[in-house]
Design a protein around this ligand. Structure first.
Ligand code: G4P
Length: 291
């Protein structure tokens, strides 16, 4: 399978980010808690250097709670401020404001020393497509928040949402381009639905997903699709055939419809119906780093 993002989009996204980042104090970066590394573009570290940094593990409701804790530690150890949230329900959002103050303490102190009063922290929300940026801005800023209008030095059309006395948010999120460093990254982004499904081979993707699930989330997988454990090794192809049979995915003439079974599995996974699953495990990455 070929996972790609167009170079034209990439250049435009990068230019926008550079423009916007020069205006702000704090980068709020959303990552998908199910794949916290694959859903980041590490170039943001270069773009956002000298800025305060807050990473939000979004969609934490869909990810494995134990892995969420590990990922929190992982990012903290690398000097980021970090929180786990669910932008859809608003869970975890209340903890953000105090975290922002903590992340920007140096800037706030500096302003105080210089006699600058009441200058709010300015923040931008960034992340790759589909990670939940718009949902987050809606839930964090709320619809009631007034926009502050254009300001001198701000590119025409840019709007700041004033959340309170201490914080302003740029209303348009910064789009980071996914970084397809390896095929593995592309696969994981496809699994969580960050790519256009039309270009994907569903059965191939489902088999990749099944390989991960059989490895790390075997019990919830087998129980969801009532696949009996026989003691024999179960391959992804066999597992897909079982799903096909158990969910009665047939074409006309009782021919198995693997495409349909694959789409059903991927959709169940993306909606959290198989359980809370993290595809990228912290321990595994640590081991890789240490090699
Ligand atoms: P983007 O701006 O970064 O591109 O992402 P957007 O907010 O559009 O969110 C992408 C999808 O992710 C949306 O689903 C949104 O509801 C969902 N989402 C965002 N945050 C969370 C979260 O914390 N948990 C869960 N479970 N889902 C989240 P959608 O399929 O496009 O719409 P819908 O199903 O909500 O109608």
């Amino acid at each position: 399978m070929n996972y790609q993002w167009y170079p034209g989009h990439m250049t435009k996204a990068k230019r926008m980010m550079q423009e916007n980042i020069s205006l702000i104090d704090l980068v709020i970066e959303l990552v998908d808690a199910r794949v916290p590394l694959s859903s980041r573009n590490p170039d943001i570290d270069e773009l956002g250097k000298n800025k305060s940094r807050l990473i939000l593990l979004n969609k934490s409701d869909l990810a494995d709670p134990a892995a969420n804790k590990q990922w929190m530690t992982y990012f903290k150890e690398r000097g980021f401020h970090v929180l786990e949230i669910n932008a859809k329900t608003g869970q975890g959002i209340r903890a953000i404001q105090p975290k922002v103050q903590e992340a920007c303490r140096e800037k706030i102190e500096r302003d105080k020393k210089r006699g600058i009063k009441n200058r709010p922290v300015r923040a931008i929300v960034v992340g790759i497509p589909n990670v939940g940026k718009s949902t987050f801005i809606n839930s964090f800023a709320g619809k009631a928040c007034a926009k502050t209008g254009n300001k001198p030095g701000v590119t025409k059309g840019k709007q700041w949402i004033r959340l309170n006395r201490d914080l302003e948010l740029l209303d348009t999120p910064g789009i980071l381009w996914p970084k397809f460093e390896s095929e593995e990254v592309g696969k994981r982004l496809a699994m969580i639905g960050s790519m256009n499904d039309e270009i994907l081979q569903m059965t191939e993707l489902a088999q990749e997903l099944l390989a991960c699930l059989l490895d790390c989330y075997r019990e919830p997988l087998l129980s969801r699709y009532q696949i009996a454990e026989t003691g024999e090794a179960l391959t992804p192809v066999q597992a897909l055939a079982c799903i096909c049979e158990n969910r009665k995915c047939y074409k006309k003439g009782q021919e198995p419809d693997y495409e349909k079974a694959a789409a059903l599995l991927v959709d169940d996974f993306r909606s959290g119906r198989i359980g809370r699953i993290t595809l990228e495990m912290c321990g595994e990455n640590r081991e890789e780093e240490q090699k």
